[in-house]
Design a protein around this ligand. Structure first.
Ligand code: LMR
Length: 329
């Protein structure tokens, strides 16, 4: 009797262990640098929700917002080392891997996210997703944020001469560095997580970003004026570790791809509303003043920044610039 009881106990323990060993889900980490209530923050949470819905018990997605796990300086290396599986850096942050993505930073290249989306959905835009694959980074999707606005700690921000000599925080982008030098300003490359304090302490006088980032990072609390220049875009490429992705079991890859496609559609659909809501909250806060710009003001910014296109044509390629600049036609 005792032997039968003992063997039943052993069998149930083995089964339980086997069951628990089989049930351990694959942990997939998604790291990013913005707040949750932003287009990228919401799209990442939607990806988590859908991936775990389509792959119940097989995958657990852990999302780390606001540079909690990795910030600007480390997130790409972390993907290459396999310490994180998904990141979605701004398209401005890939200079070290390819010069072709610099097309997205050219000032006044895209008049709206809709035109940007048309280019990205076309053959050239799609080809850019795999441009860095040989270096280990595979682009899975483009996620939108919105148009960039300028802000400073000064009362006037209507014309390029209003930023002459001012220090501007920029993303780690050579095009953006040239853009601010073209208007006589002093650009400083800086991680996103350091911007608020740099503005608050006067390390920099101004910055450029979308309404949702200006609001969620409280930049509007430490800036005097925001000019609605819409002079560029903040847009993202969701990237994963190429060899890791290629080796995924077919069912896992299919489920993650389906979740990524649907999260992309969801995030890109709400991006514009989130930026509109952020702008309205900034107006209501009555802290930074929003500087109205005339057509002549905007023409002056565009004229001053125009030489940047030619300067970066050798790295980007004239064909790519032509395709991007005609996407809205
Ligand atoms: C920035 O660094 O200003 C942005 O790229 C941050 C982000 O991810 O929106």
């Amino acid at each position: 009797m005792k032997v039968r009881l003992l063997s039943a106990l052993v069998a149930s323990t083995v089964l339980a262990f086997a069951g628990s060993a089989m049930a351990a889900p694959m942990i997939v980490k998604f790291s990013h640098v913005v707040a949750e209530k932003t287009p990228k923050g919401q799209a990442a949470l939607k990806f988590k929700e859908l991936a775990e819905k389509y792959l119940p018990g097989k995958v657990e997605v852990q999302v780390f917002p606001s540079s909690q796990l990795f910030g600007d300086a480390k997130e790409v290396e972390a993907v290459l080392l396999g310490d994180v599986q998904f990141i979605a850096p701004s398209l401005s942050k890939f200079d070290r891997f390819t010069k072709k993505l610099q097309v997205y930073d050219l000032p006044f290249m895209f008049p709206s996210t809709e035109v940007l989306d048309k280019f990205q959905s076309g053959p050239q835009g799609q080809a850019l997703l795999t441009e860095m694959k040989s270096k280990g980074l595979l682009g899975l999707a483009y996620w939108h944020n919105g148009m960039k606005e300028l802000s400073t700690n000064k009362d006037k921000l209507a014309r390029p001469e209003d930023v002459s000599g001012l220090k501007f925080r920029i993303q780690a982008s050579d095009v953006l560095e040239a853009q601010f030098r073209a208007v006589g300003a002093n650009p400083q490359k800086m991680a996103f997580s350091e911007v608020y304090q740099a503005l608050q302490t006067g390390v920099v006088d101004g910055q450029e970003n979308t309404w949702s980032n200006i609001y969620s990072q409280k930049f509007f609390e430490v800036q005097k004026t925001i000019a609605e220049t819409n002079h560029g875009v903040i847009d993202y490429m969701v990237v994963t570790n190429a060899p890791w992705w290629d080796k995924l079991p077919a069912d896992i890859k299919a489920g993650l791809s389906k979740a990524m496609n649907e999260a992309t559609a969801y995030g890109n659909k709400i991006a514009s509303d989130l930026n509109d809501e952020a702008r309205a909250k900034i107006v209501d806060a009555n802290k930074a003043k929003i500087q109205k710009l005339s057509k002549e003001d905007l023409a002056a910014w565009q004229k001053a920044m125009a030489p940047v296109w030619k300067q970066f044509e050798p790295g980007i390629g004239a064909d790519l610039i032509k395709a991007a600049s005609s996407a809205g036609n």
